[in-house]
Design a protein around this ligand. Structure first.
Ligand SMILES: NC(=O)c1ccc[n+]([C@@H]2O[C@H](COP(=O)([O-])OP(=O)(O)OC[C@H]3O[C@@H](n4cnc5c(N)ncnc54)[C@H](OP(=O)(O)O)[C@@H]3O)[C@@H](O)[C@H]2O)c1
Length: 213
């Protein structure tokens, strides 16, 4: 059975996950940050695309200050078809394990990361990746972005839960990234259908939790 896939992201009130400069932008409030770290701690893996590594250089670690009890530090996964991650990337350092998902012919040693070859295509084959993760005992994967990555997971029909925090900012810009970029669906029949399961209003925004039908 493939792992359960949860997408979590934060966007501005006008639907952007960063500005047109594509740099990390804080959109969650403190209560939501705590929720994200608790969610990370419940998952077996946290996944992002190489675009987010290049733009934001996140460490993807669970911050102890948000967790009551044991911090688990899920395995960190980067979709990086051509294995172009810089050696200095924070996601390669720290106490958690890192997996680089690459395409065949691009597998090479990068620090202490485990490299998984997933398909012969131009990009990482997500079905192969999830299959390999399931064999390693991964049951729950948290996909944190960016827009190209989330699009690929939704397009492949691999998302079970879609969570979005809408913060109190307006960012604008036709080229600013959104929760789901890629080419997008053209017709209504293709749209991914969601069922709203929960809403939570916080000081700085609103959290929407959907099941993907
Ligand atoms: N607000 C939030 O919650 C949030 C969270 C995360 C990121 N962000 C923002 O999102 C932006 C980055 O997003 P992005 O869309 O440019 O990049 P991204 O989704 O992080 O990474 C996309 C890249 O991953 C690689 N990749 C490999 N296999 C893939 C596959 N099957 N499907 C999709 N991508 C695959 C591709 O590069 P290769 O072909 O070279 O492998 C692709 O260009 C930044 O501005 C960041 O700040 C916001």
């Amino acid at each position: 059975m493939r792992p359960r896939v949860i997408v979590n992201c934060a966007m501005s009130a006008d639907g952007k996950i960063a500005s047109r400069a594509r740099k990390q932008t804080r959109l969650s409030d403190e209560k939501d940050m705590a929720r994200v770290h608790r969610l990370r701690n419940e998952c077996d893996a946290i996944l992002i695309g190489i675009g987010t590594v290049m733009a934001d250089d996140p460490s993807l670690l669970v911050k102890k200050k948000y967790i009551e009890g044991k911090v688990r530090q899920p395995v960190r996964i980067v979709l990086d078809s051509r294995c172009r991650i810089p050696k200095s990337a924070k996601v390669l350092a720290g106490s958690a394990k890192t997996i680089l998902a690459v395409t065949e012919n691009h597998a090479k040693k990068v620090g202490n990361a485990e490299v998984l070859a997933c398909g012969k295509g131009k990009r990482v084959d997500l079905n192969i990746l999830l299959d390999k993760l399931a064999k390693r005992g991964v049951k729950k994967v948290l996909v944190e972005g960016g827009g190209e990555t989330i699009w690929s997971f939704v397009k492949a029909g691999l998302v079970d839960t879609f969570i979005v925090f809408i913060g109190s900012r307006l960012i604008g810009g036709r080229s600013a990234p959104t929760p789901m970029d890629g080419e997008g669906f053209a017709s209504e029949e293709e749209f991914a259908m969601l069922a709203l399961k929960k809403t939570t209003i916080t000081e700085g925004g609103i959290l929407l939790e959907f099941r993907v039908e």
